[in-house]
Design a protein around this ligand. Structure first.
Ligand code: ATP
Ligand code: MG
Ligand code: ZN
Length: 288
């Protein structure tokens, strides 16, 4: 009996917990030391131009789910995932991963070396701009190999085999493994990024506007692929998009951001059918 209870408990423990994440771009001044010091709900300081891009951001990500982060341009969505992937330093906040030191350690306070470990072993990231996520001078296989080596795989034969498998997962023919992604279409580049992000079998996948800027038909194909892969790899995923259509298609739960704050959260269906906040209502109406 006790054993069953323990398993139940475990499934209710979030994989990733983010508490009170605050991120400011700019040096700040006496008028914007805390986000509360700024007037109204604007998050840009009129005196020094600094921006509080994330303000008291809190959420949980559970195993196997897709969490959507939606909001207008500049609302802070990318800042959330960049902070989690350590591309950006945070001002303050706590994030814990249940698969890392028992979920008892704030990953933002870890050393650079530990952060690299977390990135390499526990996370995958796909950027809107493939140039951020891929080395265009490497082959596709080489890009994946880089991530595999970073996560402790050294056997050349194994690396090649695994890279080939990963590319197959995203429908890129093996024959193109040695080509540079520079020559690929936008949709294919995103698929290479996705396979690279999944190379280390991470428990957490971060997707930032993966389909923005792609043609609609290409978009649909990449979205289908994300759904398929998310199920196969059972990876807990954060999907960032300004496009509620993408969120509707992918996300089980969604948080809505505005001016650096989460202003609404719930099941995606609920948010789309019965948005509570005027801002979310506007976003939903812009979709219809
Ligand atoms: N490197 C930076 N330096 C200064 N300000 C920045 C930087 N990156 C983002 N910002 C500012 O932080 C705020 C949040 O930006 P962020 O990129 O997180 O928004 P977003 O929701 O991802 O927007 P978009 O939908 O356009 O990608 C914006 O006001 C933006 O101008
Ligand atoms: Mg963004
Ligand atoms: Zn200021």
């Amino acid at each position: 009996m006790e054993c069953v209870a323990a398993v139940d408990d475990n499934s209710e423990t979030p994989l990733l917990t983010v508490k009170d994440l605050n991120k400011r771009y700019g040096k700040g001044c006496p008028a914007c030391e805390t986000p509360e010091m700024l007037a109204g709900d604007d998050n840009r300081c009129p005196h020094c131009g600094s921006v509080w891009a994330c303000i008291h951001v809190q959420f949980e990500l559970y195993a196997g789910e897709i969490l959507g982060v939606v909001g207008e341009s500049g609302s802070g969505k990318s800042s959330v995932v960049k902070s989690l992937y350590f591309d950006e330093d945070v001002h303050s906040g706590v994030a814990t991963i249940s698969a890392y030191k028992g979920g008892k350690v704030n990953i933002f306070s870890e050393s650079a070396q530990q952060k690299r470990y977390i990135r390499n072993y526990l996370m995958g990231m796909v950027y809107q701009n493939p140039l951020m996520g891929l080395k265009m001078s490497f082959s596709s296989g080489g890009n994946i190999a880089e991530k595999l080596i970073a996560s402790g795989m050294y056997h050349v034969g194994n690396i090649r085999k695994r890279a080939g498998e990963l590319l197959e997962h995203v429908d890129i023919p093996l024959s193109r493994m040695d080509e540079r992604p520079k020559n690929f279409s936008g949709g294919m580049q995103q698929r290479v990024q996705i396979s690279k992000a999944l190379a280390n079998n991470p428990p957490i996948l971060l997707l930032d506007e993966v389909t923005t800027g792609l043609d609609l038909s290409v978009q649909a194909r990449v979205l289908d692929l994300i759904r398929k892969i998310q199920r196969e790899f059972e990876v807990a995923t954060i999907v960032v998009s300004h496009d509620l259509g993408v969120i509707r298609m992918l996300a089980d739960r969604t948080v809505v951001m505005r001016h650096g704050r989460i202003v609404e959260e719930g099941l995606t269906d609920q948010i789309l059918e019965d948005p509570q906040r005027a801002y979310t209502q506007q976003l939903v109406h812009s979709l219809l």
